[in-house]
Structure formats: C-alpha cells, structure tokens
Ligand binder design. Sequence first.
Ligand SMILES: Nc1ncnc2c1ncn2[C@@H]1O[C@H](COP(=O)(O)OP(=O)(O)OP(=O)(O)O)[C@@H](O)[C@H]1O
Length: 247
Amino acid sequence: MTAPVVGTASSGAEQPEPLLELAGVRAGYGAIEVLHGVDLQLHPGAVVALLGPNGGGKTSTLKICSGILPVTAGEFRLAGRCVNGVDAAALARLGICTIPEGRGVFANLTVRENLWVATGTGTALKDLEQVAYDRFPILGTRRNQLAGSMSGGEQQMLALSRALGTAPTVLLLDELSMGLAPRVVTEMYDIVGQLAAEGLSILVAEQFARAVLPIATSAALILQGRVVKTGDPADIDRELSTSYLGG
Ligand SMILES: Nc1ncnc2c1ncn2[C@@H]1O[C@H](COP(=O)(O)OP(=O)(O)OP(=O)(O)O)[C@@H](O)[C@H]1O
C-alpha cells in the first residue's frame, strides 16, 4: 500500500521523492506496541504538523525519526533508503536534528556553554555562535547568562540555534509551544516558517494545532498510534474542530 502523500512544499503534479518517510512503521516500549503502522512523508522544504491528543504517538513517531526508538516492522526511509536500525548519532550525521519536548537546554550552563555542547557534532564554537547571534541578537547580549534564567522564548531560541548551528537538513520539533505565552508561540512558529522557506524540512509534533497550522504546508492527525488523516492544514483544522479535539 502506498503511504498518503503529505508535506509537499510545491503543489505541482510532479512529486519529488520524500526526504523522510515512514511506511507502515510499528514500534513500542518493551512488549507494548504503541505505533501500529504509521505512514508519514516529509518532502524537502515542507513543514508537516503532526497533531493529536496526549498519548496519540507524536513523540514516539519523532523518536523513530531520530533513531531513539527502534522500528519493529515497516520502514523508516531517508531519501528513499531504508535506515531501520541506524543509530541516533549516525542519523544526526545524516542531518537529522531534534529539539525535544522541554527544549533540552542545560539550565545551569550559559548560552555560550549550551552552544559548546553542539561542538560534539564537529561544528566549531565560533560558527555555532555566529549562527545563533546573527539570527537571534538577544542571545549575543546574553551569551554569559545561565540558560535557566532566561525566558521560555529565549531558551527556545537557544535550542533552535544549537540545532541550526549543525546545519541540519531535517528538523524534528516536539511541542515547541510548551510553556510559552501565545504571543511567543506565534513568534517562534514564524521563525520555523522562515527556516522552511530557507530550505529546511521540518516535522513538528504539536498538541495545540492552532499554533502550528498557519505555517504548516500539510498536517497529519495521529490517534492511538495510527495516522488517521493527512492533508491540507485548513482541512485538518476543520476536522479537528468538529471531530476530535473539540475545537
Ligand atoms: N518510555 C515509555 N515507556 C512506555 N510507554 C511509553 C513510553 N513513552 C510513551 N509511552 C506510551 O506510548 C504511547 C504514545 O505516547 P507518546 O508520548 O508518543 O504520545 P504523544 O502523542 O507524544 O503524547 P504526549 O503529548 O502526551 O507526549 C502512550 O500510550 C504512552 O503512554
């Protein structure tokens, strides 16, 4: 069976090959299966919003894409090549970068020290700092400030900077909106939209659909470990309002 097409940046009839694809992916924790055949496609330069309620399987799907959770059946493909069993470090070297739920910044390290953590990928600190401070000048003024003392939005900028400094091709974002004021969420998603316009391919897991749909090129709804609907963000928004999340 062919996976539903989702996340295409262009609307032409010619579909480019998906950069990242899950085809019938099953996975779980111990003996308990939580993903029961997930189909998902992310095309170059697209923003796919992966939506659904708590426990639907959003984070587990991102874990598959970052190599943290093994595929037990089906295929995880990058540029058409099956990468089942390829570990997280190797996937990172192939350009997959994750910003986990809660951002993953180290509260007791300064901005600069947090950026230094990403030098483990082989990128020089000065290059990481340049990317960060060019895009988010506020981080430059706070380079010696402890990350934990910054606002949620500034911490999210730091997490994004650390990711971007490694020049990823695919960005996986988990619940970017968590703990942020609505205005800051809008600002952060505007930045995500800009990153996609610059060519980055982005998969965003979000419980709060309204936050991400305005910048998404397509959306997928995951319920109980299955992608039950994929398509245009406006259609999925309508579907969510009427059927699943009570608006
Ligand atoms: N480490 C784990 N061990 C066992 N079960 C887990 C683990 N992590 C997630 N699960 C289970 O897998 C299912 C899917 O969870 P997942 O975190 O992927 O969903 P989600 O859509 O991201 O939800 P949330 O927004 O609450 O994180 C849930 O039933 C959850 O209880």
